[in-house]
Design a protein around this ligand. Sequence first.
Ligand code: SAH
Length: 250
Amino acid sequence: MHRFFVNPNQINDRVINIDGEDFKHITKVLRLKKGEIIEVCDGMGLDFRVVLEAPGDGTIAGRITETSLSKGETTDMCITLFQGLPKGSKMEVIIQKSVELGVNRIVPFQSKRSVSQIKEKKDKKIERWQRIAYEAAKQSKRGIIPVIGELSELKDILQDAKHFDLLLLAYEDEKKQSLKEVLTGLCQGQEIRKPLDIGVIIGPEGGFDPTEVSMCQLAGVKSVSLGNRILRTETAGMVVLSQLNFWREG
Ligand code: SAH
């Protein structure tokens, strides 16, 4: 079934009004007719089954016949991925895949070993990344559109460390603590306060400078290993997200 995101203010009582690009898509590309059914999401975790009315001038209305919580969302975890700015177009793949894997927010950051700098206008780039998050959210039937944050720095992230129930640093040279151990420890003996706000910090291709690692540890960030193999920056975040999903299901 075709699925669209709308702004909550497009929903009035039992009717949803769709305009703009989505209107064109529904009427000109998909050529959907009165009486056909689509799925609409308010971007805040609610899905609606909607029966289309006849199209008007630049807008098409739909009658809500069913409301449900989006199946693509979980209410027990809220994950922010802090991604060290990678080279080239890797960030696009990272955004697409992490949206599929359930991330809530992605914040790119510049670190000591980031070789990449954002050359074109920053706002343009963030806008493009946000569009990729939107497409991925639509494709994977998410109930929210994950937000791409402004380009940040490690020190800004650490200033915010206290807001997280768990802030993880995937560190390639961590020898003592694995992600699995940290997650297993979290479950033991205590009722988990939900939803858990989890932050995951992933380094760029060059990894982390030791001073950055100490800064993180001082701020109470838990440094974890993802195993003995060195993963590429675009793989590391996906591994953490999949392990978090596995942990939550358990
Ligand atoms: N250039 C570094 C590797 C950087 S990999 C080196 O050769 O040592 C890029 C990022 O992916 C790392 O900063 C880390 O956040 C994550 N990462 C890759 N492999 C990892 C592992 N085995 N354990 C934890 N984090 C890892």
